[in-house]
Design a binder for this molecule. Structure first.
Ligand SMILES: CC(C)(COP(=O)(O)OP(=O)(O)OC[C@H]1O[C@@H](n2cnc3c(N)ncnc32)[C@H](O)[C@@H]1OP(=O)(O)O)[C@@H](O)C(=O)NCCC(=O)NCCS
Length: 185
């Protein structure tokens, strides 16, 4: 429970940094540049997404981190910010967390998210002592679904029309990994 990272080193190329106000400009610039890329899958990615929206998200996520309800980090690849990943929802009573992520369009295809997710799964089990990690993805989001599938997560179910993305309902696929399964890998 009392986990307080400022940075998680994934490998020689990738580092996850806890959101901090000093990264606000860079984080907004990256998000703004990727709005069209993110729009199909992220409900908050609106065409008029502003610096104030970005600030409000960062503030809220850092407050949730302080309350132990989230772990929000930015992804740094070879010293440049390229995306975001973290636990958008932590359920201490159930000893579990959900992992969420997005990546700069131009940084796709290098395994950055798969590597970062793998490190966060280990972090969830080793540092937080969780028992389970989940990843949720819209059924049609093939690139996102490929991440838990690549890492050996089990597809546990589909919640029908559980996501509402830009005036259209989408089925949500739930993937799960247990601490015992990860340890056995
Ligand atoms: C979902 C998203 C994060 C996936 O990004 P991605 O680049 O496909 O995922 P990864 O960074 O793990 O890269 C995987 C690719 O790199 C390749 N790769 C290269 N080196 C690799 C390595 N060391 N490990 C794993 N994969 C590697 C894989 O083969 C794969 O290539 P492919 O796409 O040709 O099959 C990205 O498409 C995105 O941000 N989408 C919009 C937002 C979104 O949908 N977020 C998720 C909401 S649930």
């Amino acid at each position: 429970m009392p986990v307080s990272p400022l940075s998680i080193r994934v490998d020689d190329e990738i580092e996850l940094r806890l959101h901090e106000q000093r990264y606000a400009e860079e984080f907004y610039t990256l998000t703004r540049r990727n709005i069209e890329h993110l729009r199909p899958w992220m409900p908050w990615a609106k065409p008029d997404y502003s610096f104030e929206d970005s600030q409000a998200y960062m503030q809220a996520s850092m407050e949730d981190f302080a309350r132990g309800q989230q772990l929000p980090t930015s992804i740094w690849y070879r010293g440049h910010i390229v995306g975001a990943i973290g636990f958008p929802r932590i359920q201490h009573m159930r000893r579990m967390a959900e992992i969420g992520y997005w990546l700069d369009k131009d940084a796709q295809g290098k395994g950055i998210i798969t590597r970062a997710t793998s490190a966060l799964v280990t972090y969830a089990f080793q540092e937080y002592g969780f028992n389970k990690v989940e990843i949720h993805a819209a059924a049609g989001n093939k690139r996102s679904r490929a991440v838990p599938e690549r890492l050996g997560f089990t597809q546990e179910g589909i919640l029908r029309q559980y996501e509402w993305l830009h005036d259209t309902p989408h089925d949500l696929v739930i993937y799960g990994m247990l601490a015992s399964e990860w340890q056995a890998k």
